[in-house]
Design a protein around this ligand. Structure first.
Ligand code: PRP
Ligand code: URA
Length: 208
């Protein structure tokens, strides 16, 4: 069964409160996504495969460790794009793939409209990025598409999750660990997260 890491931090609580506010404008919303993204990136990259190396300090030789291979970040378009920059701040040499998914407004089912991933994705840790995990349909489909293209070691990082979405990801992809900024209460009849923040993509890009 996958591990679900719900981040618990005073600064996250503070920033989420500002982010949720319907009066927060596009500029502040973007900045908050960036600030929250960096805190999540720190947690989501806590354990990466390492290789032993020797290093010579000014005093002596010693053993150290380096990250074995730089991970691949895969934002789910559109809203996942907001999490790329803060993750790159923490892991600047990471590769970036893209997957485009859109939820149908009536059925809430995701369909793929774009996918471009590094060719050596099978050899790297993959971190799927999406601010919102609602029904879990988009996240699960994205992971499925990425697995079909060879990825083996995948983790999923989001800002806000509903219990329903976590259950779906755990059922569909028990091998994928989750990193969640905050766990919300439930979904409403339109499959929006409650209390949530509304439509993350629209708020991030000002398309409300
Ligand atoms: C949002 C969000 C997730 C998805 C979550 O994207 O960014 O990808 O919904 O919902 P789910 O867990 O029920 O699938 P949306 O489809 O609205 O596209 P957008 O990012 O282009 O706005
Ligand atoms: N997608 C969003 O952007 N927000 C939600 O609450 C659910 C899905």
């Amino acid at each position: 069964m996958s591990r679900v890491n719900i981040l618990n931090h005073s600064l996250l609580t503070h920033k989420f409160t500002l982010l949720r506010n319907k009066d927060t404008n596009v500029k502040d919303f973007r900045n908050l996504v960036y600030e929250i993204g960096r805190l999540i990136a720190y947690e989501a990259t806590k354990e990466l495969p390492m290789q032993e190396v020797s290093v010579e300090t000014p005093l002596c030789k010693t053993n150290g460790k380096l990250v074995e291979k730089q991970p691949v970040l895969v934002p789910i378009l559109r809203a996942g794009l907001g999490m790329v920059e803060p993750f790159l701040d923490i892991i600047p040499a990471a590769k970036v793939g893209h997957i485009g998914l859109e939820r149908d407004h009536d059925t809430h089912l995701p369909s793929e409209y774009y996918c471009k991933l590094p060719t050596d994705i099978a050899e790297r840790e993959v971190i799927v990025l999406d601010p919102m995990l609602a029904t879990g349909g988009s996240g699960s489909a994205a992971i499925e598409f990425i697995k079909k293209r060879g990825a083996k070691n995948i983790r999923f990082a989001c800002m806000i999750a509903a219990p329903e979405g976590i259950e779906v990801l755990q059922k569909d992809h028990p091998d994928v660990d989750l990193f969640v900024g905050v766990l919300d209460e439930c979904l409403n009849e339109n499959a929006y997260i409650v209390p949530g923040l509304g439509d993350a993509g629209d708020r991030l890009f000002g398309t409300l």
